[in-house]
Design a protein around this ligand. Structure first.
Ligand code: UDP
Ligand code: MG
Length: 320
């Protein structure tokens, strides 16, 4: 990276952080050093996503040492998607890198990301090569969700991560032209198209304690991911309806024939089973429709994605 030590445009790094005070200082210093090796014209925006620990105190301390390190504190835990959006809205860079606060996204990839960007890539995706740490269930769940979205949503998010470099043009599109409330950043960036470049990395083991995602927050992300990118579940309901109808015709035919032959209509069990089956199909179908209606409701309410309660080094009157 000798060429990029010349004056380069501003590079922003956005670091969403939720209860990361343990490893934050080290992580930010590592990211800062890596950026410094590429250019002195950088900024790091740490977005404290309503942490309950001293994350923002750490950001404050870092900001005092280097004014290129800035911080935003959200008023509560809005989730990583909102934290990333907040960062994107306040970043000033010609290129913006999004990276986790736990060093699971290796900063050593940053120079190559910047190089690819300088060579014309508008989105540089970092793709996970392996994820050894995850349990079998986690891997299986991630695989199923990614497969569903890839197959039916028509975009490929298999092994993709939120670790990305985005050109200013892409950031502006995400901030200004994609007004949806519920977001699935990984999916959105694949959906955009443009000049993409893929880099591969091995997921490092987590610094500090365990993952910040709870089972429910992952489930929520999965549902958002699905409902944002495909209406296939709704179509499945229609297909199920037709399947039940066809089955119904057979049963009606069978019943009529039995009746004509003078046989008693058979089976209490049949009635109970079909009642239960149809009942559960209807319940599940209503649930699926409910998910989409809930999504429409969220969009229609039009509430802000996040609220900021404090900031350091950032002009809050001017989100981009
Ligand atoms: N994170 C966040 N808000 C949340 C959960 C996580 O900003 O509600 C941040 C977290 O601090 C980290 C990144 O998102 O920088 C990824 O989180 P984590 O490492 O827990 O997830 P995983 O590595 O399992 O994807
Ligand atoms: Mg992590």
């Amino acid at each position: 990276m000798t060429s990029s030590t010349q004056a380069t445009p501003l590079i922003s790094a956005i670091v969403p952080a939720y209860n990361e005070h343990q490893g934050l200082t080290h992580a930010i210093q590592t990211i800062a050093e890596t950026l410094e090796a590429c250019t002195s014209n950088w900024e790091i925006i740490v977005v404290d996503d309503g942490s309950k620990d001293n994350t923002f105190v750490k950001v404050d301390q870092l900001a005092v040492l280097d004014s290129r390190i800035k911080g935003l504190a959200l008023s509560r835990n809005f989730g990583k998607e909102a934290a990333m959006l907040a960062g994107l809205e306040y970043a000033n860079g010609a290129a913006v890198i999004i990276i986790d606060a736990d060093l699971q996204h290796p900063p050593s990839l940053i120079p190559e990301m910047i190089e690819q960007w300088q060579q014309g890539a508008q989105i540089v995706h970092a793709v996970k090569r392996s994820r050894e740490e995850d349990s079998f269930q986690q891997k299986a769940a991630a695989y199923c969700i990614n497969q569903l979205i890839s197959r039916f949503g028509g975009i490929n998010v298999q092994n993709s991560s939120d670790f990305k470099l985005l050109d200013r043009e892409i950031v502006d599109i995400i901030v200004h032209q994609l007004p949806e409330r519920e977001r699935f950043f990984r999916g959105l960036t694949s959906w955009l198209g443009f000049n993409e470049y893929f880099l591969y990395f091995d997921v490092a083991s987590r610094q500090g304690d365990e993952s910040k995602w709870s089972f429910w927050s992952l489930l929520e992300l999965a549902i958002t991911a699905l409902t944002s990118f495909t209406s296939l579940p709704l179509r499945i309901i229609t297909l199920l309806g037709f399947a039940t109808l066809t089955l119904g015709f057979f049963v009606i035919g069978d019943t009529l024939i039995s009746l004509a032959n003078g046989k008693a209509v058979s089976g209490f069990a049949t009635i109970i089973i079909s009642l239960l089956l149809i009942g559960s199909f209807i319940m599940i179908s209503l649930g699926i429709i409910g998910e989409y209606i809930a999504k429409i409701y969220e969009e229609v309410k039009g509430r802000p994605h996040y609220l900021i309660k404090a900031s350091v080094g950032i002009n809050r009157t001017q989100p981009r």
